[in-house]
Each structure stands twice: as structure tokens, then as C-alpha cells.
Design a protein around this ligand. Structure first.
Ligand SMILES: NC(=O)c1ccc[n+]([C@@H]2O[C@H](COP(=O)([O-])OP(=O)(O)OC[C@H]3O[C@@H](n4cnc5c(N)ncnc54)[C@H](O)[C@@H]3O)[C@@H](O)[C@H]2O)c1
Length: 357
């Protein structure tokens, strides 16, 4: 089987995770892929590329001209996702694009057109979807074990350090903020588990950090199929209650705490994640009786590796990306509704008609 050479574009926080993951897979022969190049204008690019024995390019055009890779991972700031992906796709290079799919709905819709026109694979990097925890949870929910969703609570408390905000895009409206950077993961999972979202309400605040973007928000969503979820998010609040700090997905960056961050209460039983605990009554639900707990079986795997295995499979065999550009754009539409709801202080309907179909 021919090895697929993959370039990593943007050697920042998550780009380095992808470089490490590629190097690990290359070493073991997993997926028959290899790190082929790094594209990074910052000074760390050359050092990282040299450490891995691959060329470093200052921009995507130079990578394309050099024909140095057969596919690329785009791990650059959100507002660059559309222009960089467009260059790659129109040069027939498949793309694994970090989430969120774009910084705005307008850009995401433009990207949908490019993907449709070129027919070149584009997978959006909602890596949690590739986590066996997510697959096991979805199977349990779909099997009817928790019944119909009644109430979900999702917490995401991340005490980011001041240096995290040295990168200006992370505090720039339209490009950064924890709604776009972090809550997009939670919205993606909720839609994956419970279907489309009908309405949202929200408040947001920048009182803790004083940046132009929010640092904290509380959101209420209502699902088309029924059920309501509350989501609390802050990048200025210390506490372990976040998927990122409990699922163990990226141990090199975040230690894992043995707690749960998602709680789904259904008409029959409850499910907490990422610990995959099912909370069931012996008989009919009864708040006066102790619930029995079962940890659902799990064959743990690194979601970044699983995501790359899916990416190379798409390149070799074709098929539908697990997270395609339209699906990821639906997340952005929900986020837009949340931001509008927070600004106007009113309930906002989620309108997916821009996606067609
Ligand atoms: N899947 C996840 O869990 C996850 C985690 C973190 C970040 N992300 C996403 O990944 C993207 C990058 O986030 P980050 O935190 O790593 O950012 P970062 O600021 O740490 O790194 C971005 C890097 O891209 C480089 N860059 C900027 N413009 C470029 C260009 N035109 N060509 C090549 N390189 C360029 C910058 O110099 C920087 O090194 C964002 O879209 C973010 O939302 C995803």
C-alpha cells in the first residue's frame, strides 16, 4: 500500500498534536501515512520540521508548488480556514480541517460550494466523534436505554492561562471566544446524540477577562424531538467539569480528572459522560429509590489517531466523511443563533435552511 504524505498547516497548539500523532502512527506503520511537511510562518515551524526530517514552507502556495504532500491538515486560526482549504481543494489535495469549519456562516457556505465543485474529500476535525466513548454513548442512547431525553446539563469550565490569549485571534470577535472555540464541540455532540436543535436562549459575559469576546456563557437549547439542555461554559473558571479535562483525549496537554461533565436524564434512566455511566432504576423510575450504576464497556482509543485513520480511508476508498462540511456548518448555525440570543436577550429559532436539502 502506498504511503500517504500529509502536511500539517499551522504548527500551533493543535497542529503540534497532529504532528506528534502523525509521527507516532508513522513509527508503527498505522494507516500507512507519514508527516510530509510543515507549513508555518512562525519561527517554531522550521525547528519542528527539522526535528521530523521534513521540509518547512512559509505558506500554502509554496507547499502546493513543491508537490510535497498528498493531503493536508489545516490547523490555523479560524478566519484562515476558508482561504487555505480553498487553495488545497482546488489543487486536488484532501483536507482534514480543524473545527470550527469557518469563522462565519458566510465562509462556511462558500466552503460547501468549493467542496461540492471539486469533489475532493474534506473532513472537519470534530475529533470527539471518533472517540469510542462517543460511539458507545450514541449506541446506548439509540438503543432506548435512557428513554426519551428530558433534561441534559453540560459543563465546560476551562481556566485558560493569560498566555493563551497572546494569539490575538483568540480574543477577536468573529474569530475567537469560547463559544466558537469550545462550545462548538458540545453542540456537535448534543446534535449527534439527540438530533437537531430547534431553539436557543443564552446570556454571555466578558466580565472576567474584559476581552472583546465573551469569556463565560449560559445557554439553553430545545431539541426538535423534545427535551431541553442547559450548557455552562467559561474559559476563566477553574474546575475539572469539562470533557477536555475528563475524557483523557490529549494527555500531553490536559490531565484527566475522574469526573463527569455531561449529564443526560431520560424518561427511563440517566447517562453521564465521559465516564460512560448508566444510572438505572431497578424497576420504574422513582426518586426515592437508589439507582444502580453500570459503566458501559469501552475499548479506549486515541480519537486523533482514529480521526486520521478515517481521513486516509476517505482518501483511499472515498465515502462520506464522518463529519462533513454541511454537518459542521449546522454547528455554526446553532452558534450564530446562540450569539444572537445572547445579544438580543431573546429566544432564537435555529434555521438550517441555508444548508439546503
Ligand atoms: N480539535 C480540537 O480539539 C482543537 C483544539 C485546539 C484548537 N483547535 C482548532 O485548531 C485551529 C488552530 O488552533 P490553535 O489553538 O492550534 O491555534 P494557534 O494560534 O496555537 O496556532 C495556529 C498556528 O497557525 C499559524 N498560522 C497562522 N496563519 C497561517 C497560515 N496562513 N499558514 C500557515 N500557518 C499559519 C500560526 O503561526 C500558529 O502557529 C483553530 O481552528 C482551533 O479552533 C481544535
Amino acid at each position: 500500500m502506498d504511503t500517504i504524505g500529509i502536511a500539517v498547516i499551522g504548527a500551533g497548539a493543535i497542529g503540534r498534536t497532529h504532528i506528534d500523532t502523525l509521527a507516532k502512527m508513522q513509527k508503527t506503520g498505522q494507516g500507512h501515512l507519514a508527516l510530509a511537511a510543515v507549513v508555518e510562518p512562525g519561527p517554531q515551524g522550521q525547528a519542528l520540521a527539522s526535528a521530523h526530517g521534513v521540509p518547512c514552507f512559509c505558506d500554502v502556495a509554496a507547499l502546493i508548488d513543491a508537490r510535497a504532500a498528498q493531503a493536508a491538515i489545516v490547523a490555523t486560526p479560524n478566519e484562515t480556514h476558508l482561504p487555505i482549504s480553498t487553495m488545497l481543494l482546488t489543487s486536488n489535495l484532501p483536507v482534514l480541517l480543524e473545527k470550527p469549519v469557518a469563522e462565519s456562516l458566510e465562509s462556511a457556505l462558500a466552503l460547501i460550494r468549493i467542496v461540492d465543485e471539486t469533489g475532493v474529500p474534506l473532513l472537519v476535525g470534530h475529533h470527539r466523534r471518533h472517540n469510542p466513548i462517543t460511539k458507545a454513548a450514541r449506541d446506548a442512547i439509540r438503543s432506548g436505554r435512557i428513554g426519551n431525553l428530558v433534561l441534559a446539563t453540560v459543563t465546560c469550565s476551562l481556566a485558560k492561562t493569560p498566555s493563551y490569549f497572546d494569539a490575538a485571534w483568540r480574543r477577536t470577535p468573529g474569530a475567537g471566544g469560547p463559544l466558537l472555540i469550545n462550545l462548538v464541540h458540545e453542540i456537535d455532540l448534543l446534535r449527534h446524540f439527540f438530533g437537531e436543535i430547534a431553539n436557543v436562549q443564552a446570556i454571555s459575559s466578558n466580565a472576567r477577562r474584559g476581552h472583546a469576546v465573551e469569556d463565560t456563557a449560559a445557554v439553553i437549547v430545545t431539541f426538535v424531538k423534545g427535551g431541553v439542555a442547559t450548557l455552562g461554559i467559561s474559559d476563566a473558571a477553574s474546575g475539572p467539569w469539562a470533557w477536555d479535562l475528563s475524557a483523557g483525549e490529549n494527555p500531553a496537554r490536559f490531565p484527566a480528572h475522574d469526573i463527569s461533565a455531561h449529564h443526560y436524564a431520560g424518561s427511563k434512566a440517566g447517562l453521564s459522560l465521559p465516564d460512560l455511566t448508566l444510572w438505572e432504576p431497578d424497576d420504574e423510575p422513582d426518586w426515592t429509590r437508589k439507582l444502580k450504576t453500570t459503566r458501559l464497556p469501552l475499548q479506549a482509543a486515541d480519537p486523533y489517531i482514529e480521526q486520521l485513520l478515517h481521513f486516509v480511508q476517505l482518501i483511499r476508498e472515498g465515502g462520506m466523511p464522518l463529519v462533513d462540511v454541511r454537518d459542521a456548518t449546522a454547528n455554526l448555525i446553532v452558534l450564530d443563533a446562540i450569539r444572537t440570543a445572547a445579544t438580543k436577550r431573546q429566544e432564537v429559532a435555529v434555521d438550517l435552511r441555508a444548508l439546503g436539502g
